[in-house]
Design a protein around this ligand. Structure first.
Ligand code: PGA
Length: 242
């Protein structure tokens, strides 16, 4: 595991973008996955700028989303799909070869889950997986206790996730479940870039990357992946100090 610590959020976002762009440069047909949330906004901005300036060519690259709130789709503000469309997909002057967004509002959510599995199995494994980390150590919606080797899952949201979800969509929605790539799919990625910024993420970075590998902290499984880059700003990186 490599850790990169940058002075601030912009530096962390730029560095992450460079890592991903380099990976795509070497693996143009890769399947890539970025998260929603507040953490990746800067990274995604950088990425869009690079693509639009022809600094990275994604014409053969495929994109799959990481997760979605069950009941919400890309039309719902605050959803992961909405984040993907407004921050990334709709701003690209040159599109990805393919985009597969998870529809959390699908009538048959288990079929939607199977469709995600089929997509990743058919185009995968993942090349790059960019991740945020929840305050409980979740990756996507892989909450505490999930098996480390599973395909896509529909899972109840943890109390921690429910506590923070208002920051995305106020009290307009109150989802109880998430649909997410499974840890097994994430762990097959050629390279994983996990980002965390802000002092509120220091404690969970410490638990995930300085503590034992345990299902109680889903992100801790990343310690066993051969190519993980953990990026933090100074505030979050306080978690790595003893
Ligand atoms: P955040 O969410 O980027 O909005 O902090 C991270 C996560 O819950 O995975």
């Amino acid at each position: 595991m490599d850790i990169f610590i940058e002075d601030d959020y912009s530096g962390m976002s730029r560095k992450a973008c460079k890592l991903v762009a380099d990976y795509i440069g070497k693996n143009p047909r890769a399947l890539v996955s970025f998260p929603g949330g507040t953490t990746p906004e800067g990274f995604v901005n950088e990425f869009v700028t690079m693509v639009n300036n022809d600094a990275v060519d994604i014409s053969q690259t495929r994109y799959v989303s990481l997760d979605e709130w069950v009941g919400l789709s890309a039309v719902d503000e605050g959803s992961c799909g909405h984040f993907n469309m407004t921050n990334l997909i709709n701003r690209l002057k040159k599109p990805f070869a393919e985009v597969h967004l998870i529809d959390g509002a699908a009538k048959d959510i288990q079929e939607e889950r199977r469709s995600l599995d089929r997509y990743i199995a058919g185009r995968g494994p993942l090349g790059v997986s960019v991740l945020g980390i929840g305050l409980n150590g979740h990756l996507g919606f892989n909450e505490e206790g999930v098996p480390p080797d599973s395909d896509a899952l529909v899972l109840p949201l943890s109390a921690t996730t429910k506590k923070v979800m208002g920051k995305y969509f106020g009290n307009k929605f109150s989802p109880d479940f998430g649909i997410t790539q499974g840890l097994g799919q994430i762990m097959q990625a050629g390279m994983i870039v996990l980002l965390a910024n802000g002092s509120h993420k220091a404690g969970i970075l410490r638990r995930a990357f300085k503590g034992p590998v345990t299902p109680d902290v889903p992100a801790s499984i990343l310690q066993t992946h051969p190519k993980v880059m953990v990026g933090a700003d100074r505030d979050a990186a306080a978690g790595f100090r003893d």
